[in-house]
Design a protein around this ligand. Sequence first.
Ligand SMILES: Nc1ncnc2c1ncn2[C@@H]1O[C@H](COP(=O)(O)OP(=O)(O)OP(=O)(O)O)[C@@H](O)[C@H]1O
Length: 250
Amino acid sequence: MNLRLTDITLTYPDGAGRLTALDRISLEVPAGTVVAAVGPSGSGKSSLLAVAATLITPDSGSVTVAGRETRGLGPGALAELRRSHVGVVFQQPNLLPSLTAAEQLQVMAHLAGRNPRRARSRALELLDSVGLARQADRRPHQLSGGQRQRVNIARALMNEPSVLLVDEPTSALDRERGAAVMDLLVSLTHERSTATVVVTHDRSHLRAVDRTVEVHDGRLTEHRPEHHPEHHQKEGLQEDPVAHRSQSAT
Ligand SMILES: Nc1ncnc2c1ncn2[C@@H]1O[C@H](COP(=O)(O)OP(=O)(O)OP(=O)(O)O)[C@@H](O)[C@H]1O
């Protein structure tokens, strides 16, 4: 299991009391699997991603990344775990304006102390795998929004993470480009055996993902789209939607 969240509760200060952002949630993401976490604004999706990325320590519960229990690790050990095992794709690509697409990726290898010559060839290989072989030497302003998001995804994969965490990857894209980016995430996940969590409020691109969980008021429930009956058969789930809602999301 590449990513395992067990019984996570996260609260934030809220006036005199505390606001419960995540309420005893559990989620397991095996290698080579994309889980989409869908829910309305304020439901806890970003908090879920931040806990999985080990950027926020929950009040209680356990986060295991690439088989490593993170509870009790200090800031240095957590940063090292993130560098070597976690790739994060943020909503806005945040590419450096003066660097070419290939250089955006090479920087990641540099930060991780990796061999620069190997980094160049790996960057080119990854850009090829996201359909940008011919754009490797372009700077961000010479790329379209969808192309920038592909560079962003390739960059997150540069250090061969076992866990890939993706925040609203389609929100800045039109429908067609959004669908293409989601399909790309699914195929990269299957090829590279990452455990991928994609957080989104947009339900229109979920066809290709392996599993969808709903986030509501900090709780997770299982969701199976009605038009995806093969999933019910494949994993022996019941057809009754009420039964789906009451299933554990692990
Ligand atoms: N740093 C914080 N301090 C206090 N409350 C917070 C903080 N961050 C988030 N919250 C609250 O926690 C709850 C969950 O927020 P979160 O950002 O995880 O939701 P979300 O589903 O990602 O929302 P969106 O889709 O709008 O980004 C919300 O009620 C939010 O107001």
